[in-house]
Design a protein around this ligand. Sequence first.
Ligand SMILES: [Zn+2]
Length: 314
Amino acid sequence: MTNLQLTILGSGSAVPLPRRSPTSQFLTLSGRHFLLDCGEGTQTKLRQHKIGFGRINHIFISHLHGDHFFGLVPLLTTLHLLDRQKEMHLYGPPELEQAVQSLLDSTGSRLRFPLIYHVAQPKAPTLVYEDEALWVKAIPLEHGMPCWGYHFQEKPRPRKMRKEAIDRLGIPVAEIRQIKQGAAFTDLAGTTHANETLTDDPAPALSYAYCTDTAPLGPYLKEHIGPVDLLYHEATFTETHRDRAQQTTHCTARQAAEGAQTMGAQKLLLGHFSIRYDDLAPLEEEARAVYPPSYLAREDQVFELSRKDGKLYL
Ligand SMILES: [Zn+2]
């Protein structure tokens, strides 16, 4: 069983409300931690959820609209005050570095730790992060300004070695790595043991796509991201305000659900709600009418995604 954990630190859109903050999420996947967007007040939301600042080493910014970005420099300056020394990796638009630096400069702020920028390219998906367990691509979206979604994909895991097989056959430690990659084992008597008798299937890799803010994208998400396990897609409006969604290059809940269905996402989370909706149930109903596995990403909710016996649980 593998797990992906996602904490919704902010579920709102442009205007902060007492119980609905601008966009931010904290994602844990393969034991790695990622902060996605950093709207105003994100640092206090991190404290509220007891997410230690030391776990924040990679921050992904979708675009420079304030409700996704205005919490970033305050978070960085707080980390400076708390004596952070370790470098911070920032992922986002080419203009991110200048935006951060000009705010730091104009407020006379200095950071005692380095900022490392990873720039998303405007025309095509960009691989912006990779390690032995997973990779992240930045996917250009369609918004009033340059904007990117992020696709998090775990890599296939090594096969699980059976301890019983090691003991029974006296498998040397030096051979275990290859066996975990699928190799057979030949013992001293010359008998070859097939890999299936030595190992079990690993937990399947999980994937997550974070897509906000954007106009409806048709088959684009299918072509550039594909059938992820979990999709977070903005659903700023209901169909009642479809014109407004179009004017502001946002989506309705129905359009988000159509996007999820087209790309073959297993589960859909809806967010980035307009302040005009007190009751969010109609957004969920609208999405579920098109795509039943749709859920509201409500403020402060923590989602766990896991797979057991071939089924996905949220
Ligand atoms: Zn925006």
